[in-house]
Design a protein around this ligand. Structure first.
Ligand code: AMP
Length: 187
């Protein structure tokens, strides 16, 4: 029988293996930014499966109605996760991309502002929602995604990321709003 400590060790090892598949691309998309490229991880069948299993197994029996993914890399994880846990998928997009009636939320960037949108019928009152994105940096994007789900009166049960840049402390901004944050890989 495998004891709890061994299980923890194995999980830790697997997460370290996943972490090694994240590629740093310096000065992308602009000088000074180290871009966390998740494509080497996505290229490996076992790695993509592991990520979706690690994130999704936590929701077995939780009755999640909708996984909301943020454009564009959030979509990759959100749709796989929605499939795994038997939930619907809501897509949160950049302005002007969604064809039907939308609501929008604005957030502050380093220089200027940006906004994201969702269809007004994507989430109904009281639905259990998990919001997913690839990277938690400052938390600004996720903050706006939370605004959207709150406007539609969704019941946010968790906020999930593939990876978190802990030094930017985006987690605080989300936890201050009362929502639990999960990130599989931490830098
Ligand atoms: P933020 O709003 O600062 O938390 O930034 C999060 C969004 O920007 C996510 O949708 C990420 O995909 C993207 N992002 C921010 N910083 C990085 C980074 N260093 N590497 C890859 N993506 C990033």
């Amino acid at each position: 029988m495998v004891n709890q400590n061994e299980t923890d060790l194995n999980v830790h090892k697997e997460i370290e293996e996943l972490k090694m598949l994240i590629r740093d691309v310096p000065d992308f998309p602009k000088p000074g930014i180290v871009f966390k490229d998740i494509t080497p991880l996505l290229h490996k069948p076992w790695a993509l499966q592991k990520v979706v299993d690690f994130i999704g197994n936590r929701y077995i029996g939780a009755g999640v109605d909708i996984v909301a993914g943020i454009e564009s890399r959030g979509f990759i994880l959100a749709s796989a996760l929605a499939y795994k846990i038997g939930a619907g998928l809501a897509i949160i997009r950049k302005p002007g991309k969604l064809p039907y009636r939308t609501i929008s939320a604005t957030y502050t960037l380093e220089y200027g502002k940006d906004s994201i949108e969702v269809h007004e019928d994507a989430i109904r009152e009281g639905m259990k929602v998990v919001i997913v994105d690839d990277v938690l940096a400052t938390g600004g994007t996720m903050g706006a995604a939370i605004d959207l789900v709150e406007k539609l009166s969704g019941n946010i049960i968790n906020i999930d990321f593939l990876l978190e840049l802990t030094f930017l402390e985006g987690r605080k901004r989300i936890e201050e709003r009362g929502y639990p944050v999960f990130s599989l890989i931490k830098f």
